[in-house]
Design a protein around this ligand. Structure first.
Ligand code: GLC
Length: 813
C-alpha cells in the first residue's frame, strides 16, 4: 500500500490533527532541592527534575505522574563530574539556577525554560511542552532564522539538518537510502543547534521512537517522544568542539582501536568457502594491495546458526585462521542476534533452558523470521543474558578471531513492521519495559555484550566490533558502518554528510560500504569511492550476493593500480590516522570532520557536504560524478598546498581542481605537520623504522606544533603506561630554525627509531644543522642521520634518532 497512491490518501493527514485533550506543564506550585545537584519543580500537570551534571550540562526530566525516577538509560555513563558552583534565586515570577558558566531560567506562571549564558544571552529556549493522553510528548523550542542543525547520527540528506524532519527508530532499510527516509539503522537523538557561531546540544535520552522536526514551524523546532519520558540534556558550548566533547563526556568515547581495524578491509556477501577466502588473501598479497581483514558473511555458518561453521564450506576454520594470520590477515565473522528455533541446536537449547530469549508478557516466546528461518532473540537488556552471549564468543576467540561484525541488530525481522513485536517485554534488570520503549537500545546492548566478551577473552589484545544498529553511547563498543547503500554516485556523495554527522554525534569510527553494497558498481565509481573511502575512519569494500565483483582488481590493471596507490596511502598515513583515533579517544573529536568544526565562523561551510577534513589539516575533495575530471573546491582561510603537486593556494575562496582518474584532490594546510611512514601490506607489518614528519611551511616566520601518540597498536598495555606522547615544536625564522621535541610521556619502545623531518617549502636555505652531517638528497635515504637541502623542491631534510630525554636541533641559514 505504501508504494501506491494510497500512501497520500487525504485521511492520512487529517488524522494527524492534534486532539483537544493535549496538556501542558502549567503553573509552578513549588520548587525544592532534592540533593546536591538536583532540584525539583512541581507544577499543575507535571513535575520536573533538574540535575546538573557539570557546569555546562543540565539534565531536565519531566514526569507526568508522581514518580521521580532519575535512572538513565544505558546510553549515559555514570557521571563523575559535578558543577563547581550552583546559585539559586527564586522570585514570585521565576526560578534561576546559575552554574559557573550558564543559568537556567524558569518562568512560573505557565512553565517555560531557558538556558542562558551568565549575561542573559539565551541559547536554548523551550516555549512549551505538550502531551496527549497516551503520553506522547512534544517540546517546542525556539529556532532563530539563522540557525543551523547538525548531529542526529546516521541520517540521509546534507550536512545541515535545517528544514528536515527525522525519526529515531532503528530500521533495516534495504530500499534505497534517499533524503526522505527518516530513520535508518542507528538512532542518536542528539541535536546540535548552531546559531551565529554559538552552539548548544540537546540530547534526548529516550530509546523509544522520537522525532526531531526542524521543518514544520517557522520559528521553532520540536522534539517528540512517543513513549517513555521527556528526559533531555542541554549541553553548553559555545564552540561546536565544546559540545561534542561534553556530549562524549556524557555518553562515553571509543577506546583506541587496534591498528589492524583501521587498515583496509575486504568483504562480500559472501566469500563462500575456505578456498575462496584463501585465494582472496593470496591475491591481495600477490598484487601488493594492502589488506588487514577479510569478512565472513552469513554463508560461513551452518544454515545461518550463529556460533557454528558450515563444515563443507569451511572444513578447517582453525587452520584457515592460522594460515591467514601468517599472511597478516584477520577474519571478522558476522554474528546476528537471531538464534534459529531448532530444538537440536545447543545455543537455542541453552537460551530456552535459561530463559534468555525475549518474550511477551504472557510468557510466549517472541519468534520471528530472519536468515535462519524462525528465530528467537536474546534479551540483551538483562546483564545475565549479555554475559551468556559474551561467553559464547569463545567459539570464535579460541580460533584466534579478534573482531566480530554485528548485523541485523535493530533487531531486523522479516515481517511487515521490520522488527520485533512492540509488546515484547524486556526484563531490563528488574525494570521491565516494552520493546516499544527500548527498541533503539537493542543493537547497542548486543554490541556491548560482544565487546565485553572479546575484551575478556583476548588476553590483553584489543577487540574490534562492527555494528549496524546503535544508540547514543554505541561508540564505547563498536565501529558503525552505514548499512545497505547502493552502488550509486549519489550514495557515495551521501556517505560524507552522513559520516560527518555521525562523527559530530560522538561516533568517530564510521564508514559506508565502499563501492556500494546493492546494485552494481562500475570501474569509475569504485575508483572514486575507494579514493574517498581510504580517508574515512572505517574503510571496507563490501557488496551484495549477485552484484558484479568489486575487489580492487575486478576492473583490470588500470583501476587496480589506482586503488593500490590509494589503499597504500592510507597505510602511509597510518601515524596520522592512528593519532586521530587517539584524539577521538581523549576528546571525542571525530576523525573525519566537517570544515565547520575547524572554521565555525565561515558561512561557506555551514552546509558543505562534498568535502571534508581528515583530522584538522588535510582537506579531502572527492570526485562524486561520473566522467568528471574537474571540481570546485572550497579552501577556507589560510594557505593551502596541493598534496600531490605542492602548488600553493590562498584560502577563503573556491578553486577549480583538476582531477583525472588517478587523482583525488587533497590539500594540506600550511603550518601543519603530517606524519607518514613507509608502505605496509598490513598494519602490524614492520615498517622501515622511519617516521616521516612532513612540515608544510608557511614560508615566513612561523612555528609548527604537533603531538604524536604511539603505542603497540594492538594491546591494552597503553593503559599501564606503555605509550609515548611526544610534543614537537618547530620554529622557523628568517635565517634560522629549530626542531625541538619532548616526551610528555615515554613508556614505549617505538619502532620508529629514526625521524625524517621534511620542511616543505623552507623559508631559507640552511648552511648547517648543529650536530648533523650535511649529505646529498640521494644519500639521506640510506643514512641513519644527517641533513640535506633539496634545492629544486625547496625542502630541508633532517634525519636523526630521537632521544628519550628530548632535544633540540638548531638550523642555521
Ligand atoms: C544485511 C547487511 C549486509 C549483509 C547482509 C547479509 O543486509 O546489511 O551487510 O551482507 O545482511 O548478511
Amino acid at each position: 500500500m505504501e508504494d501506491s497512491s494510497a500512501a497520500i490518501h487525504p485521511d492520512k493527514t487529517q488524522m494527524a490533527t492534534v486532539g483537544a485533550n493535549m496538556r501542558n506543564i502549567g503553573k509552578v506550585s513549588s520548587f525544592s532541592k532534592v540533593s546536591d545537584y538536583v532540584y525539583r519543580v512541581d507544577a499543575q500537570n507535571a513535575n520536573i527534575a533538574l540535575s546538573f551534571v557539570s557546569d555546562d550540562i543540565v539534565r531536565i526530566k519531566i514526569f507526568f505522574t508522581s514518580e521521580f525516577d532519575l535512572k538513565t538509560t544505558a546510553g549515559v555513563l555514570p557521571q563523575r563530574t559535578a558543577p563547581t558552583q550552583l546559585n539559586v534565586n527564586e522570585t514570585e515570577e521565576s526560578i534561576i539556577i546559575r552554574t559557573a558558566t550558564m543559568q537556567v531560567v524558569m518562568a512560573k506562571e505557565n512553565f517555560t525554560l531557558e538556558v542562558q549564558d551568565l549575561e542573559g544571552g539565551k541559547f536554548y529556549s523551550q516555549n512549551n511542552v505538550i502531551w496527549d493522553n497516551r503520553g506522547a510528548v512534544t517540546a517546542f523550542n525556539s529556532m532563530d532564522s539563522e540557525a543551523h542543525f547538525y548531529g542526529l547520527g546516521e541520517k540521509t540528506s546534507f550536512l545541515d539538518k535545517r528544514g528536515e524532519r527525522y525519526e529515531m527508530w532503528n530500521s533495516d532499510i534495504f530500499a534505497p537510502h534517499v533524503p526522505e527516509i527518516e530513520a535508518l539503522y542507528e538512532s542518536i537523538p542528539f541535536l546540535l543547534h548552531y546559531n551565529r557561531g554559538n552552539v548548544y546540544g540537546l540530547f534526548l535520552d529516550n530509546p523509544g521512537k522520537t522525532t526531531f522536526d526542524m521543518r514544520t514551524h517557522a520559528d521553532m523546532y520540536t522534539v517528540k517522544a512517543d513513549t517513555g519520558s521527556m528526559d533531555y540534556y542541554i549541553i553548553n558550548g559555545p564552540q561546536l568542539k565544546d559540545v561534542v566533547k561534553r556530549y562524549t563526556d556524557l555518553t562515553g568515547r571509543m577506546s583506541i582501536p587496534p591498528k589492524w581495524s583501521i587498515g583496509y578491509h575486504q568483504s562480500r556477501y559472501s566469500y563462500m568457502s575456505q578456498e575462496e577466502v584463501m585465494d582472496l588473501a593470496r591475491t591481495f598479497r600477490e598484487k601488493n594491495i594492502p589488506c588487514d581483514v577479510i569478512y565472513l558473511d552469513i554463508h560461513y555458518m551452518d544454515e545461518y546458526r550463529v556460533f557454528t561453521f558450515d563444515k563443507t564450506r569451511f572444513p578447517n576454520p582453525q587452520q584457515m585462521m592460522k594460515d591467514l594470520r601468517e599472511m597478516g590477515i584477520r577474519i571478522v565473522p558476522i554474528v546476528d542476534p537471531g538464534v534459529k528455533q531448532d530444538p537440536r541446536y545447543p545455543i537455542y537449547q541453552e537460551g530456552i533452558a535459561n530463559d534468555y530469549f525475549c518474550k511477551k508478557i504472557e510468557g510466549d516466546l517472541f519468534i520471528g523470521p530472519v536468515w535462519p528461518g524462525q528465530s528467537a532473540f536474546p534479551d540483551f537488556t538483562e546483564d545475565e543474558v549479555g554475559r551468556w552471549w559474551a561467553d559464547k564468543h569463545r567459539f570464535y576467540t579460541d580460533m584466534g578471531i579478534q573482531g566480530v561484525w554485528n548485523d541485523m541488530n535493530e533487531p531486523a525481522v522479516f515481517v511487515e513492521s521490520k522488527t520485533m513485536d512492540l509488546d515484547v517485554v524486556h526484563r531490563n534488570n528488574g525494570d521491565m519495559k516494552t520493546h516499544e520503549e527500548l527498541h533503539n537500545l537493542y543493537g547497542m546492548l548486543m554490541s556491548k555484550a560482544t565487546y565485553e566478551g572479546l575484551r575478556e577473552q583476548l588476553a590483553g589484545d584489543r577487540p574490534f566490533v562492527l555494528t549496524r544498529a546503535g544508540y547514543s553511547g554505541v561508540q564505547r563498543y563498536a565501529a558503525v558502518w552505514t548499512g545497505d547503500n547502493r552502488s550509486f554516485w549519489e550514495h557515495m556523495a551521501m556517505a560524507m554528510p552522513m559520516c560527518l554527522n555521525l562523527g559530530l554525534s560522538g561516533i568517530p569510527f564510521t564508514g559506508p560500504d565502499i563501492g556500494g553494497f546493492a546494485h552494481h558498481t562500475t570501474a569509475d565509481l569504485l575508483t572514486r569511492w575507494t579514493q574517498m573511502g581510504v580517508f574515512f575512519p572505517y574503510c571496507r569494500n563490501h557488496s551484495v550476493l549477485d552484484s558484479v565483483r568489486q575487489e580492487p582488481w575486478s576492473f583490470g590493471p588500470e583501476v587496480e593500480t589506482v586503488l593500490r596507490e590509494y589503499i597504500g596511502l592510507r597505510y602511509k598515513l597510518m601515524p596520522l590516522l592512528y593519532n586521530l583515533f587517539y584524539e577521538a579517544s581523549q576528546t571525542g573529536m571525530p576523525v573525519m570532520r566537517p570544515l565547520l568544526l575547524e572554521y565555525p565562523h565561515d558561512k561557506n561551510v555551514f552546509n558543505l557536504s562534498d568535502q571534508f577534513l581528515f583530522g584538522s589539516d588535510m582537506l579531502i575533495a572527492p570526485i562524486i560524478r561520473p566522467d568528471t575530471d574537474h571540481r570546485s573546491v572550497y579552501l577556507p582561510e589560510g594557505v593551502w598546498y596541493d598534496y600531490w603537486t605542492g602548488e600553493k593556494f590562498t584560502g577563503g575562496k573556491h578553486i577549480l581542481a583538476y582531477a583525472p582518474m588517478h587523482v583525488m584532490p587533497i590539500y594540506v594546510k600550511a603550518g601543519s605537520v603530517i606524519p607518514e611512514q613507509s608502505l605496509q601490506q598490513y598494519a602490524d607489518q614492520p615498517t622501515d623504522g622511519v617516521l616521516r614528519l612532513n612540515v608544510y611551511g608557511v614560508g615566513a616566520e612561523a612555528s609548527y606544533r604537533h603531538e604524536l601518540y604511539e603505542d603497540d597498536g594492538r594491546t591494552f598495555a597503553y593503559e599501564q603506561g606503555a605509550y609515548n606522547l611526544v610534543r614537537l615544536n618547530m620554529e622557523e625564522g628568517a635565517a634560522e630554525a629549530a626542531i625541538s621535541y619532548e616526551y610528555a610521556h615515554k613508556g614505549y619502545e617505538s619502532e620508529h627509531r629514526t625521524w625524517l623531518v621534511r620542511f616543505k617549502f623552507a623559508a631559507f636555505q640552511p648552511t648547517a644543522v648543529e650536530g648533523l652531517e650535511q649529505l646529498s638528497v640521494s644519500q639521506i635515504g640510506a643514512a641513519d642521520a644527517g641533513w640535506a637541502f633539496d634545492e629544486a623542491a625547496g625542502e630541508l631534510l633532517v634525519k636523526f634518532a630521537p632521544n628519550a630525554a628530548g632535544g633540540t636541533l638548531r638550523i642555521r641559514g
